[in-house]
Design a protein around this ligand. Structure first.
Ligand code: ADP
Ligand code: GLC
Length: 480
């Protein structure tokens, strides 16, 4: 099959979170199954032009009642032959990925990307069977395919819309419809209209041929409130056309035996390199060089992630004689409180505010436990990276966390992490205390859990086969 991924992020070129990781890895797994997969993203200011080749002629994309002239760059997903196209338009794509995302700028920016997908295909003389769109930024794609683009050469194409996070649903003024060149007929409640405004997420849900989301448990959660963020009835309506497919991880990028960011390497048989990583991180961040449990956090600091609950019990947790490191950014208040605790130079806590890929890898490798007390979590990737690095996750039992972490069971000796359900300070504290005491008092059990976690198959191959089946079904449902 020919498949075009249209997305706002793609690792390593432009990433704000897990969406970028998925778009940077799933196409490679589909390519290995023999499909002709390509990716289209915008060129934000930070996307490095030098790793791409400019295609000769510019591309005209109808938008805002005129034509936007865009440059097109072509490159490859690292370590593969998967083509990546990058659409250039300084005014609409310059700046950061989600700058002004919920303003008219966000409407035009991702409207241009969505419409640009069709023009790019014409330009390349390459007609996809499937347009695969991701979350609200490219929620316009199914609407475009079903209306203004349902003509030659796209008469037989189908669309798949993947839900990464129902909680982000910007709404736009209705006139935006005309600016995007969409007909009035899609301004209706079973398409793009949402309380008098335009909601591209809703359009994606109603108008795509098939829907997927990133874990089986989240697929169930979004069919009810509050998981569905107001669109649960649409999910119910689409019924078995919503398929939960668990994300994988890029096992080349996240490999403790080869990770380029690590000062030492290790595997399930020999964890001595992990201890070396811990010592190096302690030295790098000014933590005491002590042999105590190290707790790691790599996270966006938003309501979703529950780090506010963790922040309230930091002193109690540090009272267990452990160390803690955090890398993240987001909520300003939370950032301030974490920085303030970092200022206490007692060698037990360090927070790095901002986005730091290298530090994220080093924390995953050096920590003994990884904390992820999410309020909700469509899939979550860090708990999977953690397991690959023998860093046992402490997670709340929600969404993909339920599907990827097995509860510690001291009786049977099974498990890969520690799960709690009630997002409450005491529940989180008690679960961390349980994990820390398991590490201290049941070292053989802890070691066994680490081995089980590190041996888990978490790559993309299983998911890629499931996506293949969804694409086939999308074509059946769509084609006359
Ligand atoms: P979400 O997409 O909701 O943020 P995921 O767990 O799916 O959650 O993915 C988050 C991704 O972003 C992971 O690859 C994680 O390592 C990365 N990440 C998040 N915050 C940071 C940060 N501050 N620095 C580096 N990487 C980060
Ligand atoms: C979203 C979700 C996260 C998921 C990621 C990739 O950002 O918040 O849980 O892992 O998308 O699908």
């Amino acid at each position: 099959m020919k498949i075009l991924f249209v997305a706002s992020e793609c690792t390593p070129f432009a990433k704000a979170g897990g969406l970028g990781d998925v778009v940077g890895a799933l196409p490679k797994a589909l390519h290995r199954l023999g499909h002709d997969v390509r990716v289209l993203i915008p060129r934000y200011a930070a996307v490095d032009r030098r790793v791409f080749t400019a295609l000769p002629a510019p591309l005209a994309v109808p938008i805002g009642g005129a034509e936007a002239w865009c440059g097109v760059l072509e490159g490859r997903l690292p370590g593969s032959d998967v083509p990546v196209y990058v659409l250039e338009h300084d005014r609409l794509f310059g700046g950061g990925i989600y700058d002004g995302f919920d303003s008219g700028h966000g409407l035009l920016r991702f409207g241009l990307l969505s419409r640009g997908a069709f023009q790019l295909c014409r330009y390349l003389g390459w007609t996809p069977d499937i347009f695969h769109a991701h979350d609200w930024p490219t929620g316009w794609v199914p609407a475009m395919l079903e209306t203004v683009e349902r003509r030659d050469p796209f008469l037989k194409a189908a669309s798949v819309f993947t839900i990464h996070n129902m909680a982000y649903q910007p709404r736009f003024y209705p006139q935006g419809l005309l600016e995007l060149g969409l007909p009035l007929e899609v301004f209706r409640p079973d398409a793009l209209e949402d309380h008098g405004q335009l909601n591209p997420f809703k359009g994606g849900l109603w108008l795509s041929s098939m829907l997927t989301t990133v874990s089986p448990t989240y697929a169930k959660e979004i069919g009810a409130s509050p998981g569905g963020s107001g669109l649960e009835s649409v999910i119910q309506h689409r019924g078995d056309q919503v398929v939960g497919i668990l994300n994988g991880i890029d096992e080349d990028d996240w490999d403790p035996e080869r990770d380029r960011y690590l000062p030492a390497h290790f595997n399930a048989q020999d964890l001595s390199g992990k201890l070396a990583c811990k010592r190096a991180l302690q030295a790098q961040l000014g933590l005491a060089p002590r042999d105590v449990p190290l707790l790691g956090v790599v996270s966006r600091l938003t309501h979703q992630k529950g780090i506010d609950v963790l922040a309230k019990i930091i002193e109690r947790v540090l009272g267990l004689d452990v160390q803690m490191v955090v890398v993240g950014s987001g909520d300003a208040e939370l950032e301030r409180s974490l920085v303030a605790r970092s200022m206490v130079k007692d060698g037990r806590f360090f927070a790095w505010i901002g986005y730091n890929e290298e530090l994220a890898h080093r924390i995953e490798a050096a920590s003994d436990l990884f904390l992820m007390p999410s309020r909700f979590e469509p899939c979550g990737l860090n708990q999977m990276y953690s397991q690959r690095y023998g860093t046992l996750p402490v997670v709340r039992g929600t969404g993909g966390l339920v599907d990827t972490v097995e509860q510690c069971d001291l009786l049977t000796g099974r498990g890969t992490g520690f799960i709690f359900w009630d997002l409450h300070e005491d529940a989180l504290y008690e679960t961390i205390r349980w994990a820390v005491s398991t590490m201290r008092e049941e070292p053989l059990h802890f070691r066994r859990m680490q081995r089980t976690a590190m041996h888990k198959k978490q790559g993309w191959d299983v998911a890629a086969k499931a996506y293949e089946a969804v694409y086939r079904r999308a074509l059946q449902e769509r084609r006359p």
